[in-house]
Write a new protein. Structure first.
Length: 130
């Protein structure tokens, strides 16, 4: 599966945006509030590399504990798939567990995403491309 982006957990999205500008990244699209997941999101690109800055919008965000434990850090790779359900089933058969069932992601043109986990890879996001 092709890599779509790397997700970075960041405590402050303004500071992170400024720092990644210094590293050659440019913003892609507008900053977005994902109300379902309680996070602010900003995509950035540097040539073929796309990162997703993910900052907590409140205490219910899925990245709050991670930030408390290790600070700002990359924490997921997102992979593209034309068939989200089939890919989830295949990875479940390979030992992945589903952290978040398919849901629409407003930051990515309302396409559906899902999150899985396996010890050997950590958190994996799947993005439906069709
Ligand atoms: Ni992501």
């Amino acid at each position: 599966m092709k890599v779509h982006h790397v997700g970075y957990a960041v405590a402050d999205i303004d500071i992170a945006l400024s720092d990644f500008l210094d590293l050659g990244f440019s913003p892609v699209g507008e900053r977005c509030l994902d109300e379902h997941r309680h996070i602010h999101i900003q995509f950035m690109r540097n040539d073929d590399y796309v990162i997703e800055l993910v900052a907590p919008a409140n205490e219910r965000s899925p990245v709050g504990n991670l930030l408390k434990k290790v600070g700002n850090t990359p924490y997921h790779f997102c992979y593209e798939t034309p068939d989200l359900v089939a890919s989830i089933d295949r990875l479940k058969g390979r030992g992945f567990i589903v952290l978040a069932e398919p849901a629409e992601a407003p930051a990515i043109e309302i396409r559906r995403v899902a999150f899985l986990f396996k010890t050997g890879t950590g958190i994996v996001e799947l993005l439906e491309t069709s």
